[in-house]
Write a protein that binds this ligand. Structure first.
Ligand SMILES: [Zn+2]
Length: 333
């Protein structure tokens, strides 16, 4: 579970609901909750439950909730403490709330002033009860978050999600690669574009591999020149036609698989593609964090090896397949 935004979207729903302000949780104050979530993460994945839409904070005194810079970019830039909680930004004076902002320098431009006016305007309309923030789970808003409630909601088969993720689980691929692709389909992996959406300030959002366009999951996994070359080699190995890469991850996956008539082969190909996406992501991380450029041949070898050793051999009906059969993609058994 990666840390969430620096300033959380407190302001988002102030207008819609004065008492139940929603915000995305941030990691630091949530150790217990995140640990609990880690324990049941597999259930989330299997049930396609979106943690971001299901777990919410209720802001009360604001001790566990941060402000977000998205709607107030100037204020965020000027804020002295970018990780300050709501609580740290006000004190109670004569029964009223006195907002105290610590700025790095005075708010001077017209835009700065407009933003602070907007922010204050919104905060004035909000009533904060005087007890600690709590984390709540969708459909159990009256109680504090607990693993028990989550399990109950799973048992009740409640619809916890926004539009359902079309991704099909594949138990012939490693679970970390499946979990990754599941999140990538919804652009929920920490690409440059996704991080910017979470209020992180990045110098640029371009793909570090090609530098040609914005770095989204769709770009890294399908559209990037490097990814295209990987897919050309892999489809060649799998003896299937290459699919047009101007697609979302979900569309691309289903188009590729729709071409396969035989169910077992389709499942094998699906597992390979999932593993390959995971390796493309790891290759991207090597480039971003260590500056090491991915090498096409290494990536292809790694895909074949991982899908053979960790995937097919251990998990599928093709456990008896030999290395040379796999390298030739000869599944005629
Ligand atoms: Zn690229």
């Amino acid at each position: 579970m990666e840390p969430e935004s620096l300033w959380v979207k407190v302001i988002k729903s102030i207008h819609s609901n004065q008492r139940k302000v929603e915000a995305i949780p941030f990691k630091k104050s949530l150790t217990g909750v995140w640990k609990n979530i880690g324990d049941i993460e597999k259930d989330f994945i299997k049930n396609s439950i979106n943690i971001n839409t299901s777990l919410r904070s209720k802001v009360r005194i604001g001790d566990k909730t941060l402000f977000c810079g998205i709607q107030f970019p100037n204020l965020y830039q000027l804020a002295n403490k970018k990780r300050a909680s709501v609580l740290e930004n006000y004190r109670i004076l004569n029964g009223g709330r006195l907002w105290e902002w610590a700025w790095l320098s005075a708010l001077s431009s017209t835009e700065d002033k407009q933003q602070i006016d907007n922010l204050m305007e919104r905060l004035q309309h909000q009533v904060l009860p005087q007890n600690n923030d709590v984390w709540v789970w969708k459909n159990f808003e009256q109680q504090e978050f607990s693993v028990r409630n989550v399990k109950l909601s799973l048992g009740q088969n409640l619809d916890l999600n926004l539009p359902p993720n079309m991704f099909t689980w594949n138990n012939w691929a490693t679970s970390k690669s499946v979990a990754f692709v599941w999140r990538a389909i919804e652009e929920k992996v920490p690409t440059a574009v996704a991080l910017t959406g979470r209020c992180m300030n990045l110098p640029d959002v371009l793909c570090k591999t090609c530098g040609a366009t914005e770095e989204t999951a769709q770009h890294i996994l399908i559209e990037c020149n490097f990814a295209k070359r990987v897919w050309e080699a892999i489809t060649d190995w799998l003896k299937i036609p290459m699919v047009n890469t101007e697609r979302t991850v979900a569309e691309w996956l289903s188009e590729l698989l729709d071409l396969q008539r035989i169910r077992k082969i389709r499942k094998v190909i699906h597992a390979v593609v999932i593993e390959a996406m995971w390796i493309l992501w790891k290759t991207r991380n090597e480039k971003v964090f260590s500056g090491r450029q991915g090498v096409l041949q290494t990536v292809i070898e790694e895909v074949k090896e991982a899908s053979f050793q960790e995937g097919l051999k251990q998990r599928s009906k093709y456990g008896a397949i030999s290395r040379s059969e796999w390298w030739d993609f000869n599944l005629s058994m």
